[in-house]
Design a protein around this ligand. Structure first.
Ligand SMILES: [Zn+2]
Length: 685
């Protein structure tokens, strides 16, 4: 023990005093880390039987072409998910038909042309290596090596605890040593449930029930995280300035060792158009790392012949840029190395246009004053289905209302927000209770709904005094209707309205005002042995609250966000908006003549604010594909930006710097945008 302490003291002295040059070099390397601006990401997964890999590849022509697109960062495969390496490897399997060091030529050309090259390795899938070493692959929970059904790149996945882990790290070290790469993108580090002898042995040692699939998945996720940390350690030992990202590891879990965050999102390949809104408002709360917004030129993975419309690719990238995310266009690389001019022409056109506005995108931060509190795991937030519909709906409502907001977890600071929106099912831990109490004590507002605010046991409100209501039980009205009193019924039809959701029975405490009431249905939905009770009209208004207000805490008894997710009933958004307007009478932005589908984002740089106006609508075509084919042109849009006492010299449209006349009234700067065709960037300087 003593010896260890002495060694520790010596090593501290050595690292602090004796090698200042080494310290400086580290600091400089970190400072030099590339900050991605306009990136490309190539998927290059090549079947081992492909006969002519790299035969037509001209590294000079390719890098010249992408340089002309203004690309400063390229992610390219060192080793793909088929287990094929594209560089001269002593450790892995070079593609059998590749006759030269393709990755090496590319790396050399990128270095000369100042394009940061990120080496791609698939961490979770490596088919050919799995065929060679069956003992390196996942033994799935059902005891099979191959996944069913088999037609998927994930048919065979790799176990993170076999000698595969050392093999993968060795390949990464090989590339880190031998090529001038800027960093690594390690893909597919998901929790594949493995019950191979090595995993089972460790699970036994750790007291994990290896017969429980959920526990096995958790252990696999832990193993993936442990591998990611070891990869980061090995890579940083070679160059502390490497950029690193681990796809599949939750964002917050790689906070300490990853250097950027990537939002992988191809709307036409299952993500749809609800994902980017949620992630863009969330990822920027995870620290100061670069956040990349990766879409794709194709419709789906494996789709070599797809080229999505310019408006689709561009609008998604603009959405990201307006929210502080850097564009990254994904594509497939033709394994022969054919230069795909039609694709690159489209990328060039889009990137050239975006780059004209770069001065206003560069390091801009979004100006937000509302937070959707969603203290769940990153995996919940990124899961797009079912239980997370409430989050999607809350993001949607606030976006349609042009409010400026973030999505926050316990990971980030909540103290700067004026309003917390706590949707539907957020029960309170001690930590959340403490934070919300602090927020309310500072005189700031809360809007919650459903069982949000209840303690973990769901027996009472964690902040009963602040909420001003007593929890009775889950409400048994099905369907539930409601009626809103005069204080919050602006814009609502005068009739019993559907809530489209389940909810709670609550009782107001003295001093709490009831602003909306539940209406009981004649009978509940169901089957009574003779009739299906499908037609269930509203009966009488009850004295049960549907909306209560106590000071600056508003609570909806029912899960209005889940209701909005299921039915998109505009009335639910209207009543929510009426409450929000009461609490946030002077929002950052006011507007006239803007349709609900348009989006407005406010960002700032030192000395100026930018308003980004987007007007694109995805349309569901056929059975499953949402498409944006062209922008929707808007006319005479009136926007008012809260001035916040800044001295204002000019308002103009960027990038053309065309002045816009403005008037200042009641603390707001009012301008009219005569025509907006998909996107307008208004600068207040
Ligand atoms: Zn295993």
């Amino acid at each position: 023990m003593m010896k260890r302490i002495v060694l520790l003291i010596i090593s501290l002295i050595v690292s602090v005093n004796l090698f200042p040059q080494a310290q400086n070099r580290v600091a400089k390397d970190v400072l030099k880390r590339h900050q991605p601006k306009y990136s490309l990401f190539y998927d290059n997964h090549t079947m081992p039987s492909c006969p002519d890999v790299g035969a037509n590849f001209d590294a000079e022509a390719f890098t010249d072409r992408i340089k002309r697109c203004g690309v400063d960062q390229l992610t390219f495969h060192a080793r793909c998910n088929l287990g094929m390496a594209y560089y001269d490897t002593k450790t892995g399997i070079r593609h059998p038909s590749l006759k030269y060091d393709l990755f090496g030529r590319l790396a050399d050309a990128c270095k000369r042309k100042e394009i940061a090259l990120i080496a791609y390795f698939n961490g979770g899938i490596s088919s050919a290596e799995g065929v060679q070493h069956r003992e390196w692959t996942t033994l799935y929970f059902d005891g099979r090596e191959n996944r069913e059904p088999r037609f998927t790149p994930y048919v065979r996945t790799m176990c993170y605890n076999t000698p595969y882990r050392d093999h993968l790290i060795a390949m990464i070290e090989e590339v880190a040593h031998n090529y001038p790469v800027s960093g690594f993108f390690i893909d597919c580090l998901a929790g594949y449930p493995c019950v191979c002898p090595i995993c089972v042995k460790e699970m036994k040692e750790r007291g994990i029930d290896f017969n429980n699939k959920g526990e096995v998945i958790k252990f696999s996720e832990f193993s993936a995280l442990r591998l990611a940390k070891d990869i980061a350690k090995a890579a940083k030992a070679i160059n502390p300035g490497f950029q690193l990202y681990f796809n599949g590891i939750p964002f917050e879990q790689q906070a300490d060792f990853g250097t950027w965050l990537e939002c992988e999102d191809l709307p036409t390949a299952g993500w749809g158009y609800e994902y980017l809104p949620v992630l863009s408002h969330y990822m920027r709360t995870l620290g100061d790392k670069p956040v990349m917004n990766m879409n794709g030129r194709f419709y789906d993975w494996g789709d070599f012949g797809g080229l999505r419309p310019e408006a689709a690719i561009k609008s998604e990238l603009l959405y990201g840029l307006a929210n502080g995310m850097r564009p990254n266009i994904g594509g497939h690389f033709h394994p022969r190395g054919d230069l795909e001019n039609a694709v690159l022409d489209r990328i060039e056109k889009i990137y050239k246009e975006l780059q004209t506005m770069e001065p206003w995108f560069d390091n801009a931060k979004n100006l937000t004053e509302i937070a959707i509190v969603y203290p769940k795991s990153d995996r919940n937030i990124r899961n797009q289905a079912g239980s997370d519909g409430q989050l999607i709906a809350a993001v949607r409502m606030l976006s349609e209302l042009k409010q400026q907001f973030d999505v926050v977890t316990e990971f980030s600071d909540w103290s700067r927000y004026k309003v917390l929106v706590i949707p539907d099912d957020i029960t309170f831990t001690e930590e959340i209770t403490r934070r919300v109490k602090e927020h309310i004590a500072a005189g700031k507002a809360v809007i919650s709904s459903g069982s949000s605010g209840l303690n973990a046991e769901k027996t009472k409100f964690a902040l009963e005094k602040e909420w001003g209501i007593k929890f009775i039980k889950e409400c048994d009205y099905d369907p539930a209707y409601f009626t809103v009193g005069k204080n919050y019924n602006q814009g609502l039809p005068d009739m019993p309205l559907s809530l489209y959701s389940s909810g709670t029975d609550v009782e107001p405490l003295p001093g709490t005002s009831v602003e909306a009431w539940l209406i009981k249905p004649y009978y509940n939905r169901g089957w009574d042995g003779e009739y299906a009770f499908y037609y269930n009209p509203p009966d009488k208004v009850t004295d049960k609250p549907a909306l209560t207000i106590n000071g600056k805490v508003a609570h909806f008894s029912h899960r209005i966000f889940s209701g909005y997710y299921d039915q998109a009933a505009v009335e639910l958004r209207t009543v929510f908006s009426n409450v929000l307007n009461k609490f946030l009478a002077d929002p950052v932005i006011r507007y006239e003549g803007l349709p609900s589908f348009s989006r407005v984002f406010v960002s700032e740089q030192p000395g100026r604010k930018m308003v980004h106006l987007l007007s694109y609508v995805p349309e569901l075509r056929g059975s499953k594909t949402q498409i944006i084919e062209e922008p929707v042109e808007l006319h005479n849009v009136k926007i008012s930006l809260r001035n916040d006492g800044n001295a204002l010299r000019k308002v103009y449209l960027a990038p053309e710097r065309k002045s816009l006349p403005f008037k200042i009234n009641d603390g707001y700067i009012n301008v009219t945008i005569p025509v907006s065709n998909g996107y307008s960037l208004v600068v207040f300087e």
